[in-house]
Design a protein. Structure first.
Length: 378
């Protein structure tokens, strides 16, 4: 192959004459028109060399360790350097500070290092999926979020130090990109969770009522070694003898009388055998059995009930709070968080199916295999 054949076809058009079979560049010169033609040809040749130099430089930089692409998910990519930056963020957020621990067994034959790396890959994939959707929906970060990204970047740089960043070929913009992607992910999930905000507000207004009681049970059924109620072949609780049942009912009545005359509930419980137990409990009012609910309705806060019959024995309760709003809020928040997590899981599954599917090329496995969680432990 001669010199000319090495030029891309598109560039040969910029050099409008054929080369000699020897592959040498033609000599140009002389005087008058021949000289001018030669000068123009040389200028064009220099332009070709310049273009080739730029293309060669770009090609070489694309092969460097810093710009090798590790992830390509939903239109979002991470280079090796950006993946390293994410690793530093991940290690900090998960408090991975002991490199020795990473070699210890986590579960089965898997080490902690292998476990964290798999979780790290899943987090990156989810972040890129959701950040990509945020950009599609044109979700913009607020000034406050932008400032938080800068502050978080500065914090990482201060914690790891310039030398550590340099050893991983990580720069400030790599860390900033990671925090920006994470912020976009969070913003998108807030949008997804907020789509049913009207329903959540309605749930809060309807608010379920919880009560707080100190509940004492005089048990009349058998329990196993683990404290679980024994059942017969029909699934019914196995009762203790009729003599024991009668005795526990009498003890419950006496206990209630002692409380109503000023006895201290926790101290009194200790006077009885192990068939008598007492503890504070939060109970959902709507789920109470009819007899139990009727007893609660008769009480004011601080008052003690009479004997309440049940399938497991006899209860005596002291009403501590007839509308435990703190517990109602806590349980409502838990329910909301569970619903939001379910929506997040559903959305992630949808995105995995539609944006990734069976495409294994979203991950450069060779570059990923070269990454070790230990690299992010200072």
């Amino acid at each position: 192959m001669n010199f000319w054949d090495r030029f891309p076809a598109a560039l040969r058009k910029t050099y409008p004459f054929k080369l000699k079979e020897s592959g040498q560049l033609p000599l140009v010169g002389g005087c008058g028109k021949d000289m001018n033609l030669g000068n123009r040809m040389m200028k064009k040749f220099r332009n070709v060399i310049l273009i080739m130099g730029v293309l060669l430089s770009a090609g070489l930089s694309g092969c460097s360790g810093r710009t090798g692409q590790v992830f390509d998910v939903n239109g979002e990519t991470l280079t090796e350097a950006e993946t390293m930056a994410y690793g530093m963020v991940y290690a900090k957020e998960h408090n991975i500070v002991d490199a020795g621990l990473l070699d210890e067994k986590y579960e089965g034959s898997q080490t902690y290092g292998e476990f964290y790396k798999e979780e790290f890959k899943e987090e990156i994939t989810e972040t890129l999926l959701l950040a990509g959707e945020a950009k599609r929906d044109k979700i913009a970060l607020t000034d406050e979020e932008e400032q938080k990204i800068k502050d978080s970047t500065d914090s990482i740089k201060d914690e790891y130090g310039e030398a550590f960043l340099k050893s991983l070929k990580v720069q400030s913009q790599d860390i900033e990109k990671i925090y920006e992607l994470k912020a976009l992910k969070d913003s998108y999930m807030k949008k997804v969770a907020g789509e049913d905000s009207d329903d959540k507000e309605q749930d809060k207004e309807s608010g379920e009522r919880y009560i707080k009681v100190y509940q004492v049970l005089f048990r009349t059924v058998e329990v196993d070694e683990e404290g679980m109620v024994r059942s017969d072949a029909e699934g019914k609780a196995v009762s203790l003898s009729s003599e024991v049942t009668a005795k526990k009912k009498q003890e419950a009545a006496e206990f209630s009388e002692k409380l109503q005359t000023g006895g201290e509930i926790e101290s009194l419980v200790k006077e009885y055998d192990n068939l008598v137990t007492g503890m504070e409990q939060y109970l959902k009012y709507e789920d109470l059995k009819p007899d139990y609910k009727a007893a609660v309705d008769k009480l004011k806060e601080g008052e003690v009930s009479g004997v309440i019959s049940s399938d497991y024995g006899y209860y005596v309760i002291k009403l501590l709070d007839d509308n435990a709003e703190d517990m109602s809020k806590t349980l409502s928040d838990h329910a909301s968080q569970a619903a939001e997590q379910e929506k997040a899981d559903t959305e992630l599954k949808r995105l995995r199916d539609t944006r990734i599917g069976n495409n294994a090329e979203y991950l450069n496995q060779e570059l990923w295999d070269g990454i070790d969680i230990r690299q992010f432990v200072k």
